[in-house]
Design a protein around this ligand. Structure first.
Ligand code: WTA
Length: 636
């Protein structure tokens, strides 16, 4: 039977589409791809698998993603608002771009990049706050075939430098300073420091935002806005091959330095567009707001590409949820009559802890759909979100996915499939999840619990780790050969619906930000008095997980947690950024180790969670006596 459309409007359709995507994936994704404009059609919809790791989608085709985000809408939606930018300061006027205006602005920005020597395939790094030029700049790169790599504005100079060096970017685009609530962050000064150790950087473009005092280096640094203003508003989209890189985005893993996940053009486009359409179920005059930062994958796929591919109106917010007060989100919902609101559990929990009148005094009647992303949402936060924000009439989509997956993987579909508290629920068509036990055996039947893997490639999967395909293979495909291992644990209920329980590896999810324990340990170990450290996550009321550090001091240089805290945080701020600051420090005289010298993190996680009774078998430890000491130190 020919596939009529890939748009899902009923639960039965969801079920039949999932089957079709499973049984005849090539036909199914060819149909989804028909929604877009291609410069050349594909020869083959999909090839490669999780054994050869030569995954390709729409091979042979050529296209430009911005032609699909912008040009494709000009005839039918030219005057429709594409982007509304809301300032950190509620009294500053918002900036609106229609699709026609956004198209022109992206063309101008593209011409600036070209004038400054950026060519197809070059890497351009963004280190900005949420100013409109972050969104237009990313699209300008895609328009001329340059590869964007956005670094979140909260990372340190050293972290930024590491990313620039890894992808060998030729240009950094930054701001003079960022506004963040009542604070400013000196982005240009941090960039200057970072670029000192980056010899590939030829140009630095500066979007002046606060007017703070900065220095321009002659011949390297230029003020961005005058260049954009002077540029021509016509720039034809570059013809890109389906598997040409679109962007690199760095994320933390269990070991080593952050990994530059590389996403390619056609598969990512189809996945971002398809998932946005079916998960959020927007109507033409709806207004969508995702509160993420474009520095993270959520801002790539669901502020920028997904909404624009669908011709939606997307909001971009510069500020923070608590400035000028903790009612800011609800103020913005009311101001723009937001219909679709997508945020993170950490924000929900933080706002839940504030005066309820900050929510209740705003008119939230425009809302139709609520979304959650970034970490498991606990039932209490889910219920509060449903009751106080959604007034029990808005479906909640709890969307599970990752930087690696490019787009949403497991979720309910707004108003189409059921939303249940704290459950991501169903895999999208094209997503083939399996749960495996620690031996790698697939858990069959429902209910079940295990480590979450994917059996088959979907269009949006990251194709490699930039410059290190071997690491890509080792990180994701060797724990369970032939399967993509997500790093998450999950439960499946008797109806086959998934509930994500959280990371099972050494990644901590702090306020929805992925932090590798090894990176934090590396920073702590720089301290001259520290011999060794072990960092684990523990349950934290607002942040989801907090960072708990066990540290061993040099004999004779023992220090209290109070003394160590500012010193260790300073090192973390220097090497990573404020997002990885410690929540708890416990000085200890030793760490529980196996006979082969490996730290038994399982025990440390339990103690950090104040669960000292079920530590399991500790008799195989090299130093079982240390466990009692650590428990005592932790107050257990
Ligand atoms: C976690 C963010 C439970 C998970 C899009 C995953 C979630 C990691 C959910 C990826 C959710 C994300 N329920 N956990 N709805 N969404 N996660 O790469 O642990 O920043 O592996 O991508 O966040 O984080 P990343």
């Amino acid at each position: 039977m020919p596939i009529k459309s890939t748009q899902i409007t009923t639960k039965d359709e969801y079920l039949s589409h999932w089957q079709m995507a499973h049984e005849v994936p090539q036909e199914f994704w060819a149909k989804a791809a028909e929604n877009y404009e291609w410069m050349k059609p594909w020869d083959k919809v999909q090839s490669g698998d999780f054994n050869d790791l030569e995954i390709k989608w729409f091979e042979g085709a050529s296209l430009n993603i911005t032609a699909n985000c912008l040009d494709r809408h000009l005839k039918t939606r030219g005057d429709k608002t594409a982007v509304i930018w809301e300032s950190n300061d509620p009294n500053e006027a918002p900036i609106k771009y229609t699709y026609t205006e956004l198209h022109a602005e992206v063309c101008r920005f593209s011409n600036v990049l070209k004038e400054k020597g950026i060519k197809k395939g070059d890497r351009v790094c963004f280190y900005m706050s949420m100013v409109p030029e972050l969104l237009t700049g990313v699209l300008a790169c895609a328009r001329i075939g340059a590869v964007h790599s956005v670094v979140f504005g909260g990372f340190s100079a050293q972290a930024l430098a590491g990313r620039i060096q890894d992808c060998q970017a030729k240009m950094v685009i930054t701001c003079d300073e960022a506004y963040r609530g009542a604070k400013t962050i000196p982005l240009k000064a941090i960039t200057d420091e970072a670029v000192e150790s980056c010899d590939t950087i030829e140009t630095v473009l500066v979007r002046e935002r606060t007017g703070g005092s900065i220095t321009y280096k002659e011949g390297r640094d230029y003020s961005l806005l005058p260049l954009i203003k002077a540029a021509k508003d016509d720039c034809p989209p570059e013809e890109m091959k389906a598997e040409d890189p679109l962007f690199i985005l760095y994320t933390s893993g269990s070991t080593g330095k952050p990994k530059g996940l590389m996403h390619t053009t056609a598969g990512y486009m189809v996945w971002a567009g398809y998932t946005f359409e079916n998960v959020f179920q927007m109507e033409e005059n709806d207004t969508y707001w995702c509160t993420a930062d474009i520095g993270w994958i959520t801002g790539h796929s669901y502020i920028t590409y997904g909404p624009l591919l669908n011709g939606a109106t997307t909001i971009m917010f510069e500020g923070v949820p608590t400035y000028p007060d903790a009612g800011r989100f609800w103020d913005i919902v009311d101001k723009f009559k937001i219909t679709h609101f997508y945020t993170a559990p950490t924000a929900i929990r933080a706002l839940q802890a504030c005066d309820i009148n900050l929510v209740r005094k705003h008119d939230l009647s425009s809302l139709k759909v609520l979304g959650s992303v970034g970490e498991p949402i606990n039932e209490e936060a889910w219920e509060w979100y449903n009751k106080e924000v959604g007034k029990e009439r808005c479906p909640i989509v709890d969307t599970w996915w990752q930087t690696e997956t490019g787009g949403i993987m497991i979720t309910s579909l707004a108003g189409v499939t059921e939303s249940i508290p704290a459950h991501a629920t169903y895999p999208l068509p094209g997503v083939n999840p399996v749960l495996v036990d620690s031996e790698g055996k697939t858990i069959l039947g429902n209910p079940g619990e295990g480590n979450l893997c994917m059996e088959l490639p979907w269009p949006g999967i990251a194709r490699t780790i930039w410059g290190d395909h071997k690491r890509y293979k080792e990180t994701y495909f060797t724990t369970y050969p032939g399967k993509y291992f997500t790093g998450d644990g999950a439960r499946r209920d008797d109806k086959g619906r998934y509930r994500i329980t959280g990371r099972v590896d050494d990644v901590i999810n702090v306020s929805g930000h992925r932090i590798g324990t090894a990176e934090v340990e590396d920073a702590i170990n720089e301290h001259p008095a520290i011999v060794e450290s072990a960092v684990v996550g523990y349950p934290h009321e607002i942040k989801g997980q907090g960072i708990y550090a066990y540290v061993i001091c040099q004999p004779g240089q023992e220090e209290t947690a109070e003394v160590l805290k500012p010193q260790l945080d300073a090192l973390i701020m220097k090497m990573i950024g404020p997002i990885a600051k410690l929540d708890f420090i416990l000085p200890v005289s030793g760490l529980p180790k196996t006979r082969s010298g490996k730290i038994m993190r399982r025990i440390l996680r339990k103690i950090a969670a104040k669960d000292g009774n079920n530590l399991g078998d500790i008799s195989t430890l090299l130093n079982p006596e240390i466990v009692e000491e650590i428990k005592k130190g932790a107050g257990l």
